[in-house]
Design a protein around this ligand. Structure first.
Ligand code: ADP
Length: 478
């Protein structure tokens, strides 16, 4: 059973439930109808006999001339028994007859007369008699007629119980035939509905199989218009595949970019070494060769370090905890440390609005500030200026404070051309103007990632040979 499909299990469950429901309701209805039918028939029997008691009277001989046409007159104890013409002797399965106290039938009908001749009367109660396997209900009622000898008269009513329940048996037989057909029909419909409902599950299974067999991350599950659990699962699965495909492509791109970047210094080192070792060289030549190798290996070292940092952050292999921190303090401290770089006699000024708090990770944010300031130094000009500022963003018109903080880093360095501005956040991108300056092209893509992790935005404004401004906007703590 465990290996059976959900479809099969659901259909079986539905079948069993329907079967139980049908059996219980059938038995309950059958029992209740039996009880109701029996009581209706009994009441009908009693009602008919009681009704007949009013249809019989004793009249003296003298009263005979007042006879009514249609009535029946039977001589009895020197007078007459007058029986109304509407005395009910046989209606449907119920028959009724008039008897004297000895059990001799005076008038009426009794289908069982020959079987129950002289059977004693049981006053005013329904009793039953079994005749050749058929059960009959009998009701005897004594009449209070004042005859000369006060003799007792009886009306006996009889109805066949078997006959009356035969209709019920007929309905039962029909139900036993119709109910299974109905159940089968319902099962068929249920199976069809379940099949439709679960078809996305089958698609998920098929797609997952195809992906694992062929590593084809482009495949997706077809999702219908429904918005039920299965369709939602399919959508989640598709979303997961989207992210997986993106991550996989990024990974592949990164590996290819990284190998490409590493190839240049590696080939320079190899060529330089081979060339130098070809024959004996002078000391100056050896020194020159070692300088080239030293420069390239430093570049490789820088590249590898940045690549490692970048991948760690990208894959979130280190869990970065976000906490409330004082961004004002962080910007001031990091900028102060960076003034120690003091390259090209560049002057760095810091203007920070105090006590601004954001929800973030100190290590990552320090890295972001460092990268931006070191770029400003790196691409700055001799005796230039860098202005680091942090302030709460205010509405242009009303000047009302918003819930954003803006960090701006302004330099008067070499600037970035319009077309380069669009690409500088891409990994390994370095503008032609900056190729000669030592860098890896990973700094800004890392900055962008950090900004995104903090739900912020980064923008650049720049003019070639005039300088650049990097603006980072981050949400403040509430
Ligand atoms: P790297 O500085 O290591 O080359 P980045 O990702 O930090 O890599 O920067 C990418 C490119 O953007 C740089 O190569 C440079 O061309 C340009 N760039 C970044 N910051 C500045 C700046 N302050 N002034 C001019 N150009 C810049």
């Amino acid at each position: 059973m465990r290996n059976r499909s959900i479809k099969f299990k659901l259909a079986l469950l539905t079948f069993l439930m329907l079967l139980i429901a049908a059996a219980v309701s059938f038995l309950a209805v059958r029992y209740a109808s039996g009880v109701v039918l029996r009581s209706t028939i009994r009441n009908y029997l009693i009602g008919m006999v009681e009704e007949n008691t009013n249809k019989i009277a004793f009249i003296t001989k003298e009263a005979k001339p007042e006879i009514s046409i249609g009535n029946m007159y039977i001589e009895f104890e020197g007078g007459y028994l007058e029986i109304d013409d509407d005395f009910l002797d046989k209606i449907n399965d119920v028959s009724a007859a008039l008897y004297d106290d000895d059990g001799t039938m005076i008038y009426g009908e009794n289908t069982l007369e020959k079987y129950m001749e002289k059977t004693p009367f049981a006053a005013s109660k329904v009793w039953s008699i079994d005749v050749a396997g058929e059960v009959f209900d009998v009701y005897d009622r004594q009449l209070n007629l004042s005859t000369p000898t006060d003799s007792k008269l009886w009306i006996r009513g009889i109805v066949s119980r078997t006959n009356s329940t035969s209709q019920l048996n007929e309905i039962t037989r029909l139900s036993l035939f119709v109910i299974p057909i109905l159940i089968l029909l319902l099962i068929f419909i249920m199976y069809f509905i379940i099949d439709r409902l679960l078809s996305p599950l089958g698609n998920i299974e098929k797609t997952a199989e195809q992906i694992s067999e062929g590593y084809d991350l482009k495949r997706r599950i077809e999702v219908g218009k429904n918005n039920d659990e299965v369709s939602r699962l399919a959508k989640i699965f598709n979303g997961m595949l989207d992210r997986l495909e993106r991550a996989f492509n990024t990974e592949r791109q990164f590996t290819s970019d990284a190998s490409h970047e590493l190839r240049t210094p590696t080939s320079v080192i190899m060529t330089q070494a081979e060339y130098t070792l070809e024959k004996e060289r002078s000391v100056d030549e050896y020194i020159d060769a070692m300088k080239v190798i030293d420069k390239q290996s430093k570049r490789m070292n820088l590249l590898l370090g940045d690549m490692l940092d970048y991948t760690r952050m990208d894959q979130k292999s280190e869990r970065y905890e976000m906490e409330e921190l004082d961004i004002s303090r962080l910007v001031t401290e990091t900028s102060d440390h960076m003034t120690l770089v003091g390259e090209k006699n560049i002057h760095l000024t810091v203007d920070v609005e105090p006590w601004l708090k954001i929800n973030g990770n100190e290590v990552l944010l320090t890295r972001m500030i460092q990268n931006l300031i070191s770029n400003a130094y790196r691409y700055g000009v001799q005796d230039g200026n860098i202005k680091v500022a942090l302030k709460r963003v205010r509405d242009d018109e009303s000047d009302a404070p918003s819930n954003l903080v803006e960090l701006s880093i302004v330099d008067d360095g070499i600037g970035i051309s319009k077309e380069d501005q669009e690409k500088i956040f891409d990994r390994f991108y370095q503008s032609d103007a900056s190729r000669s300056i030592q860098g890896t092209g990973l700094g800004l893509s890392m900055v962008k990632k950090i900004v995104e992790l903090h739900h912020g935005e980064i923008q650049v404004e720049s003019e070639e040979k005039k300088g650049s401004t990097f603006r980072v906007r981050l949400p403040l703590c509430n």
